[in-house]
Design a protein around this ligand. Structure first.
Ligand code: NAD
Length: 268
């Protein structure tokens, strides 16, 4: 089987919904047992049930990636149960601070987005990494965004955070290459998840004429068709399929890369 993940344990941050849930399901389909960490316990438990129904083992643990103590507590708890983490997918991410409309320059959006998308991602990685180094085996996959390389219909703070994810991926890949740790990133295009839906709702509340009274999915699709050559959204499952490949030993010689899964919006 291509991307065989049998006997592997994969931890996915923000795995309770959206892209994270798609990644959780695809990694499980390829044979991995799954650890779902999230700030939303109910969604994490729901994801656990889905995975157990598939016949794989699953665990959940509360983790707020912006809180180092929460990260340490969660990873200690997980390791005591699973004994190892083979695959880490850093997926938890935000489009801005709560209430962000993306139309105003607010310090809080810069600070909150950085805290979750960059510092949170590196803090989780640095808590998991020693366990990988101990076994000289690890696959780290960071979720960046098309916004990093094509800053259209995004915000400066979000694009900056996702470009930072690419830089972090490259630096870490180089640093740990001789320890058999692969570090790669995925840059998804546009997926109709709560991420976009909540943002549209905030824009509507703030009086943004571009969305008021409009069918929000149509607004999303109109923007998408303008920038994505394939003219359709990506799906959580498609992002999961790429994550499964990068997490597998079939991708053993790939490190430091950021792979676009965006219907051709960015061609590198
Ligand atoms: N939806 C898109 O079009 C799109 C495109 C490119 C990249 N991305 C990226 O994909 C990732 C997932 O996005 P999504 O669309 O599924 O979003 P989403 O809002 O549907 O899901 C985000 C998940 O992360 C969790 N989370 C948020 N803050 C957290 C924290 N502090 N600690 C732990 N968990 C936390 C949430 O509870 C949720 O389960 C993000 O990194 C996002 O930037 C999304």
């Amino acid at each position: 089987m291509l991307a065989d993940l049998s006997n592997k344990i994969a931890l996915i941050t923000g795995g309770g919904q959206g892209l994270g849930l798609g990644i959780v399901q695809r990694l499980a389909e390829q044979g991995a047992d799954i650890v779902i960490v999230d700030i939303n316990d109910a969604n994490a438990l729901n994801a656990k049930k889905i995975i157990e129904k598939m016949g794989n083992k699953a665990w959940t643990s509360y983790m707020d990636v912006t809180d180092k103590l929460s990260i340490k507590k969660s990873i200690d708890e997980i390791i005591s149960q699973t004994k190892k983490i083979d695959i880490l997918v850093n997926n938890a991410g935000v489009a801005g601070a709560p209430g962000s409309t993306g139309t105003a320059f607010r310090d809080i959006d810069w600070e909150f987005t950085w805290k979750v998308n960059v510092k949170g991602l590196s803090d989780v990685t640095e808590e998991v990494l020693p366990h990988m180094l101990e076994r000289k085996y690890g696959k780290i996959i960071n979720i960046s965004s098309v916004a990093a390389r094509a800053a259209k219909y995004t915000t400066a703070y979000y694009a900056t955070s996702k470009m930072s994810v690419i830089a972090y991926t490259q630096a870490l890949a180089r640093e740990f290459a001789l320890q058999n740790i692969n570090v790669n990133a995925i840059a998804p295009g546009r997926i109709w998840t709560a991420f976009h839906q909540d943002w549209m709702d905030e824009r509507e509340k703030s009086g943004d004429q571009a969305v008021i009274g409009k069918d929000k999915y149509k607004v999303f699709m109109d923007q998408l068709k303008e920038v994505i050559p394939m003219g359709r959204p990506q799906t959580p499952s498609e992002i999961g399929a790429l994550a499964a490949f990068l997490a597998s030993d079939d991708a053993a010689n790939i490190t430091g890369q950021t792979i676009q899964c965006d219907g051709g919006q960015v061609m590198v």
